[in-house]
Design a protein around this ligand. Structure first.
Ligand SMILES: O=C(O)CCC(=O)C(=O)O
Length: 252
């Protein structure tokens, strides 16, 4: 998508029925997607943090309560994305920074996901995510309460609460951009189920009309999508930053 197509008009990408969610399919081209993948997969091995159900790369610094020791984002993460973020004015309402200073890259193999969670207090509440390689379904849950949780006994006999079903979901296609702002960011938890296939009929997906599947879905009674390995790039603003102290090393 070129910048003219974006036309400064974020509103035409708004997901109906939810406040503050926007979805732009084909936000980047296939060539840009491939260039990003090449860079991500040529990062040195220690750059990957391996977790139980995904692995990730952290760019821009590590946010902590005391602030983030900020490092510039590498140009390959910004060249094809920042001009478009600016055209859309995605971060214009943040007083301190007009563009993200942090990017988290997650890699999920088919069958991997992320538990429902909030993004936490370190980030400005406008978060944008670009998906590469595969689709996924992002599920949104209200905070646990008696209506949306089921209790189960864990192996050790303790009672644990689990979410029953998401309130709604969004289909994220490869090369798309998702923008989440304010209320949505705070009122809901978001997560990705650990499945290899998504049965779209089982979900309350609110952004069909904005996706490539808009026409197909009307004609198919049961649409099942197979997940492949997916990479997500989540760009955020960390407002509290600390500058690295530079020490002059005297020459002998
Ligand atoms: O991969 C995604 O789209 C979601 C990532 C996410 O929720 C996070 O990094 O907090």
């Amino acid at each position: 998508m070129n910048d003219n197509a974006l036309n400064f008009d974020l509103d035409k990408f708004r997901v109906t029925d939810v406040d503050s969610a926007y979805y732009i399919k084909d936000f980047i081209t296939k060539k840009e997607e491939q260039e990003l993948l090449n860079k991500i997969y040529s990062a040195p091995k220690p750059k990957w943090v391996v977790l139980k159900n995904r692995r990730l790369q952290n760019w821009g610094g590590v946010p902590t309560e005391r602030g983030m020791l900020s490092e510039s984002l590498p140009s390959w993460l910004t060249t094809c994305t920042f001009p478009k973020f600016s055209t859309l004015g995605l971060f214009n309402d943040c007083e301190k920074f007009k563009l993200p200073n942090h990017c988290l890259i997650n890699e999920y193999e088919s069958g991997q996901g992320i538990m429902p969670h909030e993004d936490g207090p370190f980030y400005y509440p406008t978060v944008v995510t670009i998906s590469l390689k595969s689709h996924t379904i992002l599920d949104f849950y209200k905070h646990l309460n008696s209506m949306n949780c089921i209790m189960a006994k864990a192996n050790n006999g303790e009672s644990k609460s689990y979410y029953s079903a998401p309130e709604f979901s969004l289909l994220l296609e490869p090369r798309s951009l998702l923008v989440l702002k304010h209320d949505l960011y705070k009122t809901y938890l978001h997560g990705i189920q650990e499945v290899k296939f998504d049965n779209l009929n089982e979900k309350n997906i609110l952004n069909y009309n904005l996706t490539d599947m808009a026409d197909d879905f009307e004609t198919n009674n049961c649409t099942i999508l197979k997940r492949d390995t997916r990479i997500s790039l989540t760009y955020r603003i960390v407002e509290k930053v600390v500058k690295a102290k530079l020490f002059n090393v005297a020459k002998k």
